[in-house]
Structure formats: C-alpha cells, structure tokens
Design a protein around this ligand. Structure first.
Ligand code: ASP
Length: 329
C-alpha cells in the first residue's frame, strides 16, 4: 500500500476513533445531564427569584440546563434534606439562604446533618428586607404601625415562611423590638404569602426586596421601612427602620449554593466558576439591582469564603437562639 494511502487510512481511523470517543468523554465529564437547583421554598418567592435568575446564566456556562425545583415546607429543612441525601455528583444542588446559619440551632431533630451534610460552593447575594402590610392597613408610617400592632395584636396576622425562614426571623426581631406578639401564619414560602397579603387575607409581613419591590412600586402593598443601615436604590423613598423609629433594626438575607457532602473538589470548583460567570453577567446584575440587591464580589462566590462565612453565621446565631429558647421542635 503506498504511504499516502496508509496515512489517509490512519487519519480516517484516528478521526473515527475520536468521533466515537467524544460522546464517551462527554458522558464521563461534568455536567453530563441537566443540573437541578433545589429551592427550599415555594415558587414565585424571593429565593426562587434569585435562583431562577442565577440558574439561567449558569446553564450557559455549564452547557447543560439548570432546572429549579421547589421543595418548600418546614422552614426550608425539607428541601435541604433532599439535597443532603442526594448523590454527590454535582447534579443536585441546594440554593438556600440565612436559614443555613440558623437551622443548626433552631432544629434539634433533623434527619440530615445541617452543618456537615453539604459542600459550600459560593455566596450569591445579600438581600435586604422590608416591613410591609396589606394595602389598606390602617397605618401610614412605622410609628403608626407599631401603635396598631400593640393595640390590636390579637387581630393581626403576620405571614412568614415557617420557622427558620428569613421572614420568621425578621418577624421575631420586629415583635421583640416593639415588645408585642401577634398571630403568625406559616406558608411554604413568601411567594404564596405575598398573594394573600395582596388579597388582604393576612395583614403584615417582613420579606425580602426580591419579592416586595415590584409590589410596593405597583401600590399592591404598603411598605414602612427597609431593614438595612442605608436606604435602597430600588426604593429610594422608603426610610430605613432606624430613620422610621426603630434604631438598630437591621437584617438582610445572604444566599449561597451547596452540593451534597463528598462532592468532589473538581465539581465544586467547576460550579464555583459557573457561579462567578453568572454573577458577572450584566443582565443578571441589572435585574438584581431592580429588585434591590446585588451579586457578591467574585472572591466571595468561592467555596473557601462561603465555608468561613457560613460557619461564622452558625456561631453567631447559636447563642442568640439558645438564649431565646425559641426552637422549632
Ligand atoms: N426565602 C423564602 C422564600 O423564598 C422566604 C423567607 O425566607 O422568608 O419564600
């Protein structure tokens, strides 16, 4: 056989071999099928909004769809449990918030390990909260709201997303700051709670700007304060709680992404890079800003920063919850 022919055959053979090898390599690589983000709250709520915006851009970087699955209930512990017990192959992830810092102290009986059951991938965003009521609530400012809550506490329904949810924590802080107690109504997330607040079935809520900003702007609900030290650019007319008469009333809601324990460092790092890609995306940044928040700096969307931040938050909340004796069980 002349040389040229042999070379052609060898080239063809090599080409065929690599074409055959490609699907096999892709199968072994990560991710090789759609990735699921479990959100431990109902669809349409503040964490769901953060998750869907982030998932859409991460999918572009990962080359696979990223599907959001809402597993709400029990203050976020049902969704967290699902991921803690999933295969650690990077295809089932948890997008959760400050509840990852409070749950280890709040819940004394869980069927998963809320501290060691996960590999942190990176922080995402810190979302301010707002104190809001149904539109026709009989108060025009925070001082009047506080007076009505103290006078009529029996008849006031405060909606939240269950023990451990941010709305629950913020509601507790509010009741303790104004030294009164109202009736709480737990939902699987503040998405459905918002529907009831707009409809007037519940009176009051403390919820994240990613769920409240557009409803406040549309006049569907009434807002009294934002719970950060400074005003929020998305709601510039809304006073801070301190300006409105509750000095020191500050709470915001950090979010992070987690894989089940024992997920390989290679996969965790790949996900962290995809998360950083998403948080640099101009359209994501613009949409976050419209909803009153911003992505964390790139160096915080990393496993190391996230782990240290999360552990510090667990250590911060444990003594506060123990002193209050407020457990979920
Ligand atoms: N983040 C929850 C949700 O998305 C609400 C909460 O934590 O209060 O519904």
């Amino acid at each position: 056989m002349p040389n040229i022919d042999r070379r052609t055959i060898l080239t063809l053979a090599a080409g065929a071999a690599s074409a055959l090898a490609r699907p096999a390599l892709a199968q072994a690589g990560y991710p090789n099928r759609p990735v699921t983000f479990v959100i431990p709250f109902a669809a349409g709520g503040p964490t769901d909004t953060v998750a869907r915006l982030t998932a859409e851009v991460m999918a572009r970087d990962l080359g696979q769809p990223v599907v959001v699955e809402n597993v709400g209930g029990a203050g976020g512990t049902l969704g967290a449990q699902r991921v803690a017990q999933a295969r650690p192959d990077g295809h089932t992830l948890l997008l959760h918030h400050i509840g990852m810092g409070t749950t280890p102290a709040l819940y004394r009986r869980l069927s998963y390990d809320p501290v060691n059951g996960f590999e942190p991938i990176g922080l995402i965003t810190e979302v301010p909260m707002t104190i809001v009521t149904k539109r026709d609530f009989p108060a025009q400012n925070l001082a009047e709201l506080v007076r009505v809550l103290r006078e009529r506490k029996e008849g006031i329904n405060l909606a939240n997303a269950g023990v451990g949810a941010a709305s629950h924590l913020c509601g507790l802080l509010l009741q303790s700051a104004i030294q009164t107690q109202v009736t709480t109504v737990p939902y699987r997330g503040t998405g459905p709670a918002m529907t009831d607040l707009i409809g007037g079935a519940v009176d009051l809520m403390c919820d994240q700007t990613t769920n409240t900003t557009e409803q406040i702007r549309a006049g569907a609900i009434r807002a009294f304060a934002v719970t950060t030290r400074t005003r929020n650019a998305a709601l510039p007319d809304l006073p801070t709680a301190a300006e409105a008469g509750l000095p020191g009333f500050e709470v915001s809601v950090w979010h992070g992404l987690y894989a089940p324990r024992n997920t390989s460092a290679e996969i965790v790092n790949r996900l962290s890079r995809a998360l950083q890609f998403a948080l640099r995306d101009e359209r994501l940044v613009a949409r976050f800003a419209e909803l009153g928040t911003a992505p964390v700096p790139q160096d915080q969307a990393t496993p190391a920063f996230h782990r240290q931040y999360w552990q510090a938050d667990i250590a911060k909340w444990r003594p506060i919850i123990q002193a209050a004796g407020q457990y979920a069980d």
